[in-house]
Design a protein around this ligand. Sequence first.
Ligand SMILES: [Zn+2]
Length: 158
Amino acid sequence: MDSVPDWLSPSAITDIALLLHDAKPAARLHVGNRGTELRRWARRLGLFTSLDADGYAAISRSPAIARKVIDLDRRPGRHTLALGSVLGYPACCSRAAARVGDEGIDRWHQAVSARRFHGHFRAIDPGGYIEGASRISHVPCSHRCKPSLALATRPERC
Ligand SMILES: [Zn+2]
């Protein structure tokens, strides 16, 4: 992963690592006006890029999935559940995200991060996500979410 563009946010690097390890089908990243640059980099890794007008990119090994992420995102109304599933989040966590909605997700992220994660479950603490220190790229539905733990403790990590 030495070639990850240095202008990407640390949390984007977590997303890309999970994607490259096939732990998720697609990643959604904020790229500002550097979409073309990202596309060029992603292509070398065999990844396809879809871009929207607001500076977001979706990357995936499948061009159809990358396009679907952008399409879902653009669609009006609630799409948290469908988006979560195409981004590879556990169904329990996507349902929990759908309950709080897009507008509540940051507050919910803070609330879950404030919980104490014990033992193995420390691997799913989303507290370090912004700094790229998190091993998962979604907010777990609880501090004891087993599907999130399975994602975070896959044996082959960068
Ligand atoms: Zn969950």
